[in-house]
Design a binder for this molecule. Sequence first.
Ligand SMILES: [Zn+2]
Length: 465
Amino acid sequence: MIEVLVRGGTVVTADSMELSDVLIREGKIVELGLELETDGLIIDASDHWVMPGGIDTHTHLDHPIERLGVRTADDFYVGTIAGACGGVTTIIDFSLQAQGESLIKARDRRLAEIEPDSVIDYSFHTIVTDVNPESIKEIESLVEAGFPSFKIYMTYGDKKVGDGDLLTLLEEVATSGGLAYLHCENDCAITHLIERHLTRGETGPQFHASSRPVAVEAEATNRAIMLAELAGAPICIAHVTSEAVARHVEEARRRGQPVVGETCPQYLVLNDSVYDPTVGFEMAKFVCSPPIRGIDQVEALWSTVEDGVLQQVSSDHAPFRYEGQKTGGRGDFTRIPNGLPGIETRLPLMFTYGVKAGRISPSRFVELTSTNPARIFGMYPNKGTLDIGTDADIVIVDPEKETELDPACLHSAVDYTPYQGLIVSGFPTVTLSRGEVIVEDGEPIVTRGRGKVVERQRIDPNSLP
Ligand SMILES: [Zn+2]
């Protein structure tokens, strides 16, 4: 492979920001410094920022919701192109265990789906839904095979894992060197609140939000943290939406418990005015779990991102089309597929509302969207930073270039964006994956299936950010 030299840019990592060239050979960074030379390809990055490629550890591409007979609208080809155009060079998606299925079979089934299609590097969290002696035994083999993280739902129909099974799982994850990634909402409370709404004839999308208030999330988060403490397991709390939830994470960390917390741009940029009933059924575009919170929670959540209470920002990309998918829930909010598209807009939104707005530094931006995700999920330092010997996964951003968000300029198969009309900066002009240019002038130039599975390490609870 030819050499590539990224010349004249400002290299931003989680701990520094300085003018530097980056020399790449065989897909790896071989030299950093000023006035480097090459006979190979030269990419001029002057007046641009050069950053580690984004890592999105929470995507649902080609993901089925059997109860509703739908799948997310982006397959692994379209979804990873959208990711690359938004500066993402690695995703961790999910392999979903069917009832009675082996975890390893579920992983293999998923690998066969992604291998022919993904244009960026990838791995999976295994979603454990059926806790039995066989699946418990497979956890250690998956950790050893480079799949050390396990997603557990405390709610969501047949995916839900009850407290006893959760504790069993956490114990096995702890002894195997894995990490549990938890969706925390109180299932009984949600069921109760949904029934109350439906018996009153309250069927609109806004009642999705009021059936999952902050207390539902905070209670389950606290319970998960306590069970993890009993089991001695490191955990990551997915999609924290509010201050009350973040405080549980903060208190656990203060006690020295290996707990990390994630949030997503939708909880930092949107607020619950999206569920204003005067909007009509189009509120369904914003139906996700947990739901979008009030403006006071949004401001408080920003402070937890700024001051280090939460460690990473992922997208929870769960793209459903409005026409034909979200509209299936007309007359019954429980039949609206949950989720928002976000893989392509995560970095620009965090760049605009975080860095440009003066809330977080450029280094903190890199830490939240790339370095910490790599450290939490066993990919650091090969992914998540720019250093000699690491994969040359790089995004080059013109910090001044602005884009107005509209589905027409995005690459997802979804027919809307939750961020319609917002003016953002932070889209990459160039994305490099292992030294190969896969986005140029904002447009994808990719070979289908070029992405590779990332070999992840076991999780050392002491090295979590
Ligand atoms: Zn999710």
